[in-house]
Design a protein around this ligand. Structure first.
Ligand SMILES: Cc1cc2nc3c(=O)[nH]c(=O)nc-3n(C[C@H](O)[C@H](O)[C@H](O)COP(=O)(O)OP(=O)(O)OC[C@H]3O[C@@H](n4cnc5c(N)ncnc54)[C@H](O)[C@@H]3O)c2cc1C
Length: 402
């Protein structure tokens, strides 16, 4: 579809306007970008508003594609979406790589979830039973077998789950490739903040930018990550109940003489805290992550770094030899049921693509497909229908952190 001329502005003729697009995406994190790219591929004219497209949580995230090892009790509906997105990942990554000429660091390396004491072992056994009951593939290994697979593991490892289907991607590369793919598909970028949603005659019509420019669009997608509940002008009853959940992450470098340090993602629960080590092909080793409910604070704290290093060291003692190259904190867009909000709201013209919490990287392919489908056809595909924002109804006005 081609660009159409601007509509008359409700603010009067002096308000600066830009050309109207079919779709306007607020937020150029991986979720907004994949929505924009897939929509442009369907022939829709698309604009993205973000001061720093490709930034956001993907700059911090580990990039585990962990449909199986991230399984939690009570999240079976989400499991189906996670599994579907994991299934689409190889083709998605190949297509994006080909469209951009960029290597995404997609690595089909599998994951090993291990237990360090009797409690962890019992917990992991339960998880294994749940995975089996859910039809997921995972194999129970003795501590010795775990160490045979990953010799750098601590001698005290009591057992573990080998999950060959949980892979990884480098989220920074993914975000950068999505920006390029959008540019090549004709998506327009407005590198600034959206200040407010424009609602005219009970329909979302576009946004007003920080400089007062008004952007009009046939449909608006709110994909502003943990800030999705903050956009002015969005009526209370459709404001997404999304909150920031802070995660601190460390990046270490494995010198060539130590390679291969780990050959797959290794994770565990140590004293109730989740810790994982994600080895990239380029020698980066990502250690994460804390989970903290502290509003929009992204301070890296001594306590956070200490806990991650302490727990990771218990799992893989040799990490203390590695250079610590980066510490960073990011914000997961958390929702009340830990699942995303996808598709139309009760305000005509306004869609949501947010609340992906700890699985946003994994859910990128299925989100892009679902959002482009609903924007092009008006119908949310079956796999995405349980994630309609309408499931929260009046609960949408959940209290936001200070
Ligand atoms: C520590 C950590 C580890 C993680 N590990 C994993 C993992 O291993 N696997 C996995 O699948 N997921 C992981 N995640 C989760 C994943 O990173 C997120 O779910 C995902 O990146 C969210 O993407 P998003 O585009 O919805 O939001 P964001 O990345 O938050 O992007 C939102 C964008 O919106 C923009 N924006 C906000 N407000 C406005 C506005 N008013 N106007 C214009 N632009 C605006 C921001 O600038 C930002 O660029 C992790 C997250 C963290 C923090």
């Amino acid at each position: 579809m081609s660009r159409t001329p601007p509509e008359a502005s409700p603010e009067g003729p002096e308000t600066p306007t830009a050309p109207t697009t079919d779709v306007l995406v607020v937020g150029g994190g991986i979720i907004g970008l994949v929505t924009a790219w897939r929509s442009a591929q369907r022939g829709l004219s698309v604009a993205v508003v973000d001061p720093e497209p490709g930034g956001g949580a993907a700059q911090v995230a580990a990039g585990m594609l962990a449909a199986v090892t991230e399984l939690h009790y009570g999240e079976h509906t989400l499991l189906a979406l996670n599994v579907e997105s994991a299934r689409r990942y190889p083709d998605f990554a190949a297509e994006l790589s080909e469209a951009t000429g960029q290597d995404l660091g997609y690595r089909a390396c599998g994951t090993l979830a291990v237990a360090l004491d009797a409690d962890d072992r019992a917990h992991l056994r339960e998880l294994h039973a749940l995975q089996t009951k859910s039809g997921l593939e995972s194999e129970w290994l003795s501590g010795r077998d775990c160490r045979r697979l990953e010799p750098m593991l601590a001698p005290g490892v009591r057992g573990g789950l080998r999950v060959d289907g949980d892979h990884q991607i480098d989220p920074r590369r993914l975000a950068s490739a999505l920006v390029t793919a959008c540019e090549r598909s004709g998506v327009t970028f407005h590198r600034t903040w959206a200040e407010r949603l424009s609602v005219v005659r009970d329909r979302a019509r576009g946004v007003v930018l920080a400089d007062g420019t008004e952007l009009a669009a046939g449909q608006v997608v709110l994909a502003a990550g943990s800030r999705s509940g903050q956009l002015a002008g969005v009526p209370d009853e459709v404001l997404p109940p999304v909150r920031p959940v802070k995660g601190q992450v460390l990046r270490l470098t494995v010198p060539k003489r130590y390679a291969p340090f780990l050959s797959r993602t290794v994770r565990a629960v140590v004293r109730g805290s989740h810790v994982y080590l994600v080895p990239r092909v380029n020698g980066e080793l990502v250690v994460g992550a804390t989970s903290e409910e502290l509003g929009w604070d992204t301070t890296v704290t001594a306590g956070g770094v200490y806990e991650l290093l302490r727990d990771a060291h218990e799992l893989v003692p040799g990490i203390t030899e590695l250079p610590l190259t980066e510490t960073r904190a990011g914000l997961r867009p958390g929702s009340p049921d830990n699942a995303p909000l996808l598709g139309p709201t009760t305000l005509p013209g306004l869609h949501l693509a947010t609340g992906h919490y700890r699985n946003g990287v994994l859910l990128t392919p299925v989100t892009g497909d679902a959002m482009a489908h609903v924007l092009a056809t008006g119908e949310l595909p079956e796999e995405a229908s349980p994630f309609t924002p309408r499931r929260f109804g009046a609960a949408a006005s959940v209290e936001q952190p200070a």
